[in-house]
Design a protein around this ligand. Sequence first.
Ligand SMILES: C[S@@+](CC[C@H](N)C(=O)[O-])C[C@H]1O[C@@H](n2cnc3c(N)ncnc32)[C@H](O)[C@@H]1O
Length: 214
Amino acid sequence: MGKQSKSKKDRKTSAWFQRHANDAHVKQAQREGKRSRAVFKLTEILDEHGLEIRKNSVVLDLGCAPGSWSEEIANRLGPDGLVIGIDLLPLNAIEGVTLIEGDFDSPKGQQALNQALAGRAVDLVVSDMAPELSGNKLVDQMRMIGLNEMTLHFAKEHLKPGGELLMKTFMGEGYDQFRRELGMAFEKVKNIKPAASRKTSSEFFLLARGFRGQ
Ligand SMILES: C[S@@+](CC[C@H](N)C(=O)[O-])C[C@H]1O[C@@H](n2cnc3c(N)ncnc32)[C@H](O)[C@@H]1O
């Protein structure tokens, strides 16, 4: 197919690759041997917003592929700590991380997480999950809020009182109601747009601290 006949989708894809190749965080991730530039979103939240990974923490990483958050968390844990990651996609093994290939938004995926937890209560749940974008803004927004709701539900069942939850979301339909629900379950909730999160992306993170208990 000639250059002239490139579809709108092809042009969009090559513009994305161009931006990606020139991105300072992509280059930094490559230099430092990180699995993804996404790690810099997490490290900013950990280091600048005081979210601490204690040595013996139990952490769930939802939507963990290709694994940069799980790897960073595992590096900060001691031998009594535990990090369990789940993703729809297969992952190469990461030292110190229990990996599950599955759908978090399914009974089977949640059963696998329960099995890996083996009754241990959770200190921190992190989620960088987002639905595969359909191009329809309203549909994508409703799917995102659906994932957020499922994450909050699961976190409420597993977090220790005082526990923490960090999750990606999008601003739009359903957000205000979800933010209120989160505020009822936790003492403090903060909105964070890390520097490594692209300005063109509507994503941002909700950091909820001080789980009030079930
Ligand atoms: C932005 S990536 C995560 C990057 C990761 N934090 C890292 O640092 O490597 C989002 C991931 O969420 C996963 N995801 C989306 N919906 C999911 C679901 N229902 N269950 C499990 N994983 C899901 C996608 O497969 C994708 O790999």
